[in-house]
Design a protein around this ligand. Structure first.
Ligand code: NAD
Ligand code: SER
Length: 317
């Protein structure tokens, strides 16, 4: 990767992936793009940026040509719970952006990273140690876009030689940008509530396990996969990756160890709970570990320590 375009740069992942890429590849070599424009803060100040509506292929082609791009991180999507409220929007953004990125990548010779998700699985999938290759019959529009995206990306690799690569991200926990309307958002929001001294009402029921990952491990995974030796990749779209699996009581207990006054109560949200119940409890990610050396650093305890430390400084400002 020498010249990189990040589409959806203002989101939960893009707002941290863009600076991380700029640190490694040089500020002038990473272009931040989003539908929301102009960009603000560090994203706007630290390197080139442009407006892209990813459902318009010409916007992507123009940016790729203008900046001589060789690698695209396509992060434009509508997350699971939000997409269920407006399924057509979920499909149009998820698949529209991907197809446009695939076509531009085919024409211009770009490598392409588009995240899939634990949402690519459904109730018929084995929930415990979910295999890399298994049943994928998701019941959400988000999941339908993710399975379609995995198939389309593999098709473009096999049919046209486009260098498509992807991971099935679990729920991502971070402290820069709040999540955009997913089912795993509670695992971010709980830390904000704790640091603000507020009681947290958990929308996910006790005992509901889901895979999760701290953002630094997710950023490293995306960058490592895009730099991986292609001859080692048996799979491409998309690799299971996970760093931890927990249910709400476990994250609550980790925070309470450090902030004994913190209180969480349960009031489950039917939409999010239904989605969470259909997703894996924990995935088997040995293919990612073997094929390109995926190895996360943060477990629940180390992540909690860091999240509370960072948010205490951030929210005190
Ligand atoms: P997000 O909702 O936080 O950000 C998405 C960004 O895309 C936003 O900045 C939005 O303005 C932009 N966008 C929306 N429509 C656009 C369009 N038409 N053109 C250009 N930009 C557009 O999402 P995220 O959490 O950063 O997720 C990025 C990718 O990772 C998505 O594919 C998502 O499904 C996947 N993923 C995320 C998680 C997670 O926990 N955050 C987990 C699994 C997979
Ligand atoms: N965090 C994402 C969501 O909940 C998982 O893809 O939608």
């Amino acid at each position: 990767m020498k010249k990189i375009l990040v589409i959806g740069a203002c989101g939960q992942i893009g707002s941290e992936l863009t600076p991380a890429l700029r640190k490694v590849y040089g500020t002038d070599n990473v272009v931040a793009a989003d539908l929301m424009y102009p960009l603000k803060g560090e994203l706007a100040d630290s390197g080139p940026s442009c407006q892209i509506n990813a459902t318009n292929a010409q916007d992507i082609a123009d940016a790729v040509k203008k900046y001589n791009i060789d690698s695209i991180f396509n992060l434009a999507a509508i997350l699971s719970a939000k997409a269920e409220i407006n399924p057509m929007l979920g499909w149009n953004v998820g698949i529209g952006a991907l197809l446009n990125c695939l076509e531009v990548s085919r024409e211009c010779g770009c490598a392409l990273f588009t995240p899939s998700s634990i949402g690519a699985f459904g109730p018929e999938t084995p929930h415990n140690m979910t295999p890399q290759d298994t049943i994928q019959r998701p019941k959400t529009i988000y999941g339908v876009t993710k399975v379609t995206g995995e198939l389309l990306s593999d098709y473009y690799f096999k049919r046209f030689g486009v260098d498509t690569r992807s991971v099935r991200f679990p729920g991502l926990i971070s402290n820069v940008t709040l999540p955009g309307g997913g089912t795993t958002d509670y695992a971010v929001e709980i830390y904000y509530a704790a640091v603000k001294g507020e009681k947290f009402t958990c929308p996910i029921a006790k005992g509901t396990y889901m895979d999760m990952m701290y953002m630094p491990d997710a950023l490293k995974a995306a960058m490592d996969l895009m730099e991986a030796d292609p001859s080692k990749l048996i799979h491409r779209n998309s690799f299971n990756i996970t760093a931890m699996s927990f249910e709400p009581d476990m994250i609550y207990a980790e925070i309470k160890k450090r902030m004994p006054e913190f209180v969480m109560e349960y009031k489950f949200d039917a939409l999010r709970q239904g989605i969470a119940d259909s997703w894996p409890d924990c995935m088997d990610d040995h293919c990612a570990r073997e094929e390109w050396g995926f190895k996360p650093i943060y477990d629940l305890s180390a992540m909690t320590e860091d999240m509370l430390k960072v948010l205490k400084v951030k929210l005190a400002k």
